[in-house]
Design a protein around this ligand. Structure first.
Ligand code: GLN
Length: 194
């Protein structure tokens, strides 16, 4: 099985570890730059992107991870993880940096305060057997994408899933649903690269 890390600085790491194990990957938490050498792919979990960004700098992960992603390490970001993979944030908090990797502009907390959390069926290109249950928690959306970025899903006219090369990102949290088709898709992407 491919070895897939879950960036364990902050966020819902446990849920991703479980989902990856179900999706036939060997999953492990990753916190230190040295550990990046031992993985075939990496999940960046949901949480709080401003905090994650600060911790990435503090743990010396910011630059090494940025480099690995640029070199083609397969990555999958959910929610805050999607924000971390954006080349550009529309409304960054001061000092908030991302790892980048996907040519897109992201709007944080885009789905608004009123409905901070909701679920919706999301049809994802490349995933068969019907829509997935999308869990959106203070979720971002993708405001616009570059020419090389593929839009995989929309909700209410807003982009909520994208792929660029080996980088995959969703605004929502498949790791919370028990439906691991998105994690399977990512595991297949990792396998294809390995
Ligand atoms: N709103 C959070 C952020 O900006 C993301 C929320 C989440 O990951 N569920 O980082």
């Amino acid at each position: 099985n491919p070895v897939i890390g879950v960036l364990a600085l902050q966020g819902d790491v446990r849920e991703h570890l479980v989902a990856l194990a179900v999706a036939d990957a060997t999953a492990r938490p990753v916190r230190r730059p040295e550990e990046l050498a031992e993985i075939d792919g990496l999940v960046i979990p949901g949480g709080e992107s401003t905090t994650m960004s600060k911790l990435a700098v503090l743990f010396g992960m910011q630059e090494p991870l940025r480099e690995r992603i640029k070199d083609g390490l397969p990555v999958y970001g959910t929610c805050a993880g999607l924000i971390m993979l954006a080349d550009k944030i529309l409304d960054p908090r001061s000092g908030q940096e991302t790892f980048g990797g996907i040519d897109m502009i992201v709007r944080r907390n885009a789905f608004g305060r009123q409905n901070e959390s909701f679920e919706a069926h999301v049809e994802i290109a490349g995933i068969e057997d019907g829509p997935v249950e999308g869990v959106f928690i203070r979720a971002p959306w993708v405001e616009s994408v570059g020419a090389r970025t593929e839009v995989l899903a929309e909700h209410d006219g807003h982009i909520v899933a994208v792929r660029q090369g080996n980088a995959l990102a969703t605004s929502f949290h498949p790791e919370l649903t028990g439906d691991h088709r998105v994690h399977r898709l990512f595991t297949e992407m990792v396998r294809a690269v390995r």
